[in-house]
Design a protein around this ligand. Structure first.
Ligand code: NDP
Length: 328
């Protein structure tokens, strides 16, 4: 029998956690042959609700679920973790300054990075979902000097999927007809969904949808503001779609991406595409051998250059702010 993979989920009692855990336990995170042991990390006020979710997980009798443990201490929660999904974060509340938000999240993601450094398994892979995700990932990575920086990633897969869906609708094709779409930069309103390398049934997307006004005034803002539109409609923030994207990100990271095309993930920059090395920024990526690779050599036109630079400038500002606060 295969040794179970330890999967730590923070914010396990939250909305996204609730949408995520059942899919992990059913085998969708790592595949149908890999048993998982769940390690749920919550703040003390969240532990009781996490216990309730664990009862429901028990009641599913998932064949692949080898066990569930609940923690309110990061060191214990990340001990032996092979995969860590960092979902719990401090949301921005009314009147909160950006510095306060970064400070509060530094207080969460710094200790979590240190705990990962201290006790996670050697093959640890970290996906940060909690916002501001890119900078939270940077904070965690900076507290984990013994873990390769490449193991800390942030999620832009939901943005990628939103862009796929919007483009497919516009072109009147199934999402499976689209390849080589990219989300660049920060998981924020400055993100740049790029269709200039995308193909629709093998043809350049910009030929199929030759509509620059739609691109600038409709597509890009719709993708970037989709989260707010969902809150407006649903009365609660997106959760199942965020969980779905997290599942796909980790599945592809571990199992590899298909030979054709690529996906999007925020990974540590090696300086590619003018993104300063060390920033955790979204790129076109493939995965082979259990590691992400940034797709090399794409031509970037001046429109895309401006959009990428604007989002990267925001990441630089966030990095400088957390540096000034002593959080990294
Ligand atoms: P959610 O589960 O809805 O969201 C969790 C985080 O995911 C937020 O930071 C949210 O950012 C972010 N997020 C990223 N992408 C998306 C997306 N597309 N849609 C929605 N959210 C997205 O939050 P809840 O408040 O329901 O639950 C949070 C849980 O985390 C609580 O149970 C709390 O106790 C716990 N927590 C645990 C911590 C820990 O383990 N140490 C620390 C802090 C909290 P945004 O706010 O920008 O929407």
């Amino acid at each position: 029998s295969i040794t179970p993979v330890n999967v730590t989920v923070t914010g396990a009692a939250g909305q996204i956690g609730y949408a995520l855990l059942f899919r992990i336990a059913s085998g969708q995170l790592l595949g149908p042959n890999t048993p998982v042991r769940l390690r749920l990390l919550e703040i003390p006020q969240g532990v009781r609700a996490a216990e309730g979710t664990a009862m429901e997980l028990d009641d599913c009798a998932f064949p692949l679920l080898a066990g569930i443990d609940i923690f309110d201490d990061p060191t214990a929660g990340f001990a032996g973790a092979n995969v860590a999904l960092l979902v719990g974060a401090r949301p921005r509340s009314a009147g909160m300054e950006r510095g306060d938000l970064l400070q509060a999240n530094g207080g969460i993601f710094g200790p979590q990075g240190a705990a990962i450094n201290a006790g996670a398994a050697d093959d640890i892979r970290v996906l940060v979902v909690g916002n501001p995700a890119n900078t939270n990932a940077l904070i965690a990575a900076s507290h984990a000097p013994d873990v390769p920086a490449e193991r800390f990633t942030a999620m832009t897969r939901l943005d990628h999927n939103r862009a796929l869906s919007q483009l497919a609708t516009k072109a009147g094709v199934p999402v499976t007809a689209i390849e080589k779409l990219t989300i660049w930069g920060n998981h924020s309103a400055t993100q740049y969904p790029d269709i200039f390398h995308a193909e629709i049934s093998g043809r350049p997307a910009t030929e199929v949808v030759a509509d620059q006004a739609w691109l600038e005034n409709d597509f890009i803002p719709t993708v970037a503001k989709r989260g707010a539109a969902i809150i407006e409609a649903r009365g609660a923030s997106s959760a199942a779609s965020a969980a779905n994207a997290a599942i796909s990100h980790v599945f592809d990271w571990v199992n590899g991406t298909p030979a054709a095309g690529w996906t999007s993930a925020a990974v540590v920059s090696d300086g590619s595409y003018g993104v300063p090395a060390g920033l955790i920024s979204s790129f076109p990526v493939t995965s082979t051998g259990g590691a992400w690779q940034i797709v090399p050599g794409l031509e970037i036109d001046s429109f895309s250059r401006g959009r990428i630079d604007a989002s990267v400038a925001e990441l630089i500002e966030e990095r400088d702010a957390v540096t000034a606060l002593g959080l990294i």
